[in-house]
Design a protein around this ligand. Sequence first.
Ligand code: ADP
Ligand code: ZN
Length: 217
Amino acid sequence: MNIILLGPPGAGKGTVAKLLTEYDGSVQISTGDMLRQAVKEGTPLGKEAKSYMERGDLVPDTLIMRIMEERLAQPDCKKGFILDGFPRTIPQAEALKGLLERMGIRLDMVVNLDVPREVILERLTTRRTCSDPNCQEIYNVKSSPPNPDGTCKKCGSLTVQRDDETEEAINFRLATYLEKTAPLISYYEKEGILKTFLSLSSKETVEEIKKALHRKS
Ligand code: ADP
Ligand code: ZN
């Protein structure tokens, strides 16, 4: 399956993407994870992206398209892919459309995760992420906490709050989402491949997505 996950920051795109890869063996492609890795490694691309990311702003479309063209050309994408955090703007969606046409790839569904704003704010401020770039397991201090000493249950590294998860950066990310990313909902509605899921529990949402995919195939 080739799927795009749309939704505001904190909608659970990462969690839903992981569960879907377990279901159909496709690969998860998270531009956020790829960028954070590049920043950690200090690559030229990471250096370019860093300041945008810290203030919760989007990195330039051209930079994202460079990453995505390279990523989608890799052979593992033939198993199907779940795009998590991309596209984020209309120009990115247009560029993706051209890219997929050239590659002869069809999108199966654009999944729009709809989550009330209060739920999002609560989730983002209580989120902790494993600091090991190879793990990046996500925790929530209330619903799925790390070990009592704050270390990761999977790898033992310290879990931390991301730079862009301060209240100020979160408000900026939500405003950016409404301005730049939310227009993609009607963009993909017009393309006839959008499906919206009211998502309060990632697990339940994944079950609904599976049913919807099943009906399509
Ligand atoms: P979120 O929790 O906001 O969905 P992500 O992990 O997807 O976070 O992305 C983190 C940051 O990486 C974003 O705030 C943005 O700066 C940058 N980023 C990720 N994907 C994109 C994209 N497709 N276009 C522009 N910037 C992006
Ligand atoms: Zn870990």
